[in-house]
Ligand binder design. Structure first.
Ligand code: NAD
Length: 369
């Protein structure tokens, strides 16, 4: 029986609340006796700062490096607003991404039928929507040098950020997108700004070359990033996988996410390069933050955390069927009318975080029946 080690980093605010429900799903998977998941748990973010005065300890980092996957809750909150910059809660997340070499950010935008009314677009435009945005996470304008604000001789200030990409950075993210497309709708849109940016010209050339060399079976279309933003709200169902750089990916993934309703529904994954055995370092986390406004009130929606675990099953453990089952259980519970506050609709039953988690496990039992 396959056995995997998962490091759980619940974090702050609602992080521990939603992680409890993901842990219950993991326990349920262990009862199925197809795989064994061993979990370890550690601190990250403000809770790590309170104990160790850093946002993640070296020993937690070592565990993350050794684990088959990391499940991350959320970090931050007003309690830590005044801690030193290098120890702020988000520094834990950034160190994990950097030390694990997580260069590919996967953000699905899936619209559950039961929630198609919650979108700001017409239900027929979003019902059945299933887009995967693959965003380059460790390069581009967020990291390029020089990055500075300088004072000019005339006293004026000048700010510079540098958009920079190398061939290998574009090559490896393109491969992630094409590989994932093969497991889905077999179509990739590559979004860049080659009409005004040199980095966009190189992006376009490298994606085209990778496609021609190794992925001719996948349909590739190039799209300007601004046109992509428009098409996402005009006819989002035309997209399957969208691959783009760090900056455009930040914006396009938020835009796509909002087509689906609540932030409490959105999972994500961050993947590194494959090792000699083809295994990638990986971290899975909900898109939302620590939601201090509802923390401790049993109001948090655990679905983003639970579907992040489903992504781990699919992308780290090659357990596509189990991932489908977890997602089906979520669909079933939504169709039965259960709602946490963030997705509440008229004539539906409002439930707590734990009630939602329990209902999903019960539905898993029924489906596996
Ligand atoms: P947030 O995502 O925490 O909350 C935004 C809004 O969405 C809030 O009204 C919140 O109640 C609601 N919400 C979020 N998740 C929910 C869930 N699962 N169920 C129901 N409602 C949910 O973003 P914010 O308020 O801008 O930030 C709060 C803190 O979280 C800040 O300290 C911020 O830095 C941090 N943050 C952390 C991460 C992360 O850990 N990856 C991401 C974003 C923000």
């Amino acid at each position: 029986m396959a056995s995997f080690d998962i490091l759980l980093l619940p974090g702050d605010g609602i992080g521990p609340e939603v992680m409890t429900e993901a842990r219950n799903v993991l326990s349920w998977l262990n009862t199925q006796k197809k795989t064994t998941f061993q979990t370890e748990e550690d601190l990250v973010g403000g809770s790590a700062y309170d104990k160790h005065k850093v946002a993640i300890s070296n020993s937690a980092m070592d565990k993350a490096l050794k684990a088959d996957a990391v499940l991350f809750g959320a970090v931050g909150g007003p309690k830590w607003d005044k801690v030193p910059y290098e120890a702020r809660p988000e520094a834990g997340l950034l160190r994990l991404r950097k030390d694990l070499g997580l260069f590919a950010n996967l953000r699905p935008a899936i619209c559950y039928k039961a929630l198609s009314d919650a979108s700001s677009l017409k239900p027929e435009l979003v019902e059945g929507l299933d887009i995967l945005i693959v965003r380059e996470l460790t390069g581009g304008v967020y990291f390029g040098e020089p990055k500075e604000i300088v004072t000019l001789e005339n006293g004026e200030k000048r700010a510079v950020d540098t958009q920079v990409y190398t061939t290998h950075e574009i090559d490896r993210i393109a491969r992630v997108a094409f590989d994932l497309a093969r497991k889905r709708g077999n179509k990739v849109h590559s979004a860049d700004k080659r009409n005004v940016m040199r980095s966009g010209v190189l992006w376009n050339q490298v994606v085209t070359a990778v496609h021609a060399k190794d992925y001719k079976d996948v349909k590739l279309e190039h799209i300007l990033a601004d046109a992509c933003a428009m098409q996402l709200v005009r006819a989002p169902k035309q997209f399957d996988v969208i691959v783009t750089d760090n900056l455009f990916g930040d914006m396009l993934s938020d835009e796509a996410a909002m087509l689906t309703g609540s932030i409490g529904m959105l999972p994500s994954a961050a993947l590194g390069a494959p090792d000699a055995k083809g295994r990638r370092k990986a971290m899975y986390e909900p898109v939302h933050g620590s939601a201090p406004d509802i923390a401790g009130k049993a109001m948090a929606n655990p679905i983003a955390m639970i579907t992040s675990l489903a992504m781990a099953l699919r992308y780290s453990f090659d357990m596509g069927e189990a991932a489908d089952l977890v997602e089906k259980a979520v669909t079933g519970v939504l169709e039965a009318g259960l709602r946490t506050g963030d997705i509440m609709q008229p004539n539906r039953k409002r439930v707590t975080t734990a009630e939602m988690g329990k209902a999903i496990v019960k539905e898993l039992d029924r489906l596996a029946g």
